[in-house]
Design a protein around this ligand. Structure first.
Ligand code: PGA
Length: 256
């Protein structure tokens, strides 16, 4: 992390977990544990918990995010939620292009790009996820895959808009598998992403963009990952569902 030039952000991605009473319990447990955080703390929760999360975190240092949004303003898109619907209830962040969306719900770089632009237009801060599959890494094309995703997902996004975006590098083989990328592997790809941004937007802009690592980040490995210069935080799945573990990761970002 280089906290002097870019924001460190620890974001929980709850995925499809927690009923409303369970969400309340987790947020209440989390609040006192992260109140002195020296980084931005975000919880990205299922749609049904958004209003509850916004209510319970009012006046605290916890920000609320959604896990997806549609690109249209409104219309015949059964089951979808627009970016305006999210901002209207006080949501600030939105996860886009998560590998589970790409893998199970037909998300493509084209739709990630459209969602990113719609989110920015509505005033949301997108957390855009990129990452290679295991066989892509084994074939030695990690950098090609990542560069392609960055170029497509941010196509038409201006430098000013990019400043409101967060990028999460999540190697698909490390998500929910317990297999974490080593700190050096995370640093290598996060640094590579910054290089791609530098070519597209210039070094001054690239240096200010928060690039998170995600994929089995937990209380035990967070400090080492966050000690790397280009790893500016984490997108945390499993470990964000336990208040104590999440707080330890926030502490690691505070100290780092
Ligand atoms: P994980 O998930 O921490 O459970 O691997 C990370 C993510 O999918 O964002």
């Amino acid at each position: 992390m280089k906290k002097d030039i870019r924001r460190a952000i620890i974001a929980g991605n709850w995925k499809m977990n927690k009923t409303r009473p369970e969400a309340k319990e987790l947020i209440e447990a989390m609040k006192p544990l992260v109140k002195d955080a020296g980084c931005e703390v975000v919880i990205c929760v299922p749609y049904t918990n958004l209003e509850t999360a916004v209510e319970l975190t009012k006046g605290t240092n916890i920000r609320v995010g959604a896990e997806n949004c549609h690109f249209a303003k409104s219309g015949a898109y059964t089951g979808e939620i627009s970016a305006d619907m999210l901002t209207e209830i006080g949501v600030e962040y939105v996860v886009l292009g998560h590998s589970e969306r790409r893998q199970y719900f037909g998300e493509t770089d084209e739709t990630v790009n459209k969602r990113t632009k719609a989110a920015l237009e509505a005033g949301l801060k997108p957390i855009v996820c990129v990452g290679e599959l295991l066989w892509e890494r084994e074939c030695g094309i990690t950098e090609e895959v990542i560069a392609r995703q960055i170029k497509l997902d941010f196509f038409g996004v201006t430098a000013d808009e990019l400043k409101n975006c967060v990028i999460a590098y999540e190697p698909v083989w490390a998500i929910g598998t317990g297999k974490t990328a080593t700190a050096d592997q995370a640093e290598e790809v996060c640094g590579f992403i910054r290089g791609v941004l530098s070519k597209l937007y210039g070094k001054d802009v690239a240096d200010t963009i928060t690039i998170q690592y995600g994929g089995s980040m937990n209380a035990g490995n967070a400090s080492e990952l966050l000690s790397k210069e280009n790893v500016d935080g984490g997108l945390i799945g499993g470990a964000s569902l336990k208040a104590n573990d999440f707080a330890i990761i926030v502490d690691a970002a505070t100290k780092g």
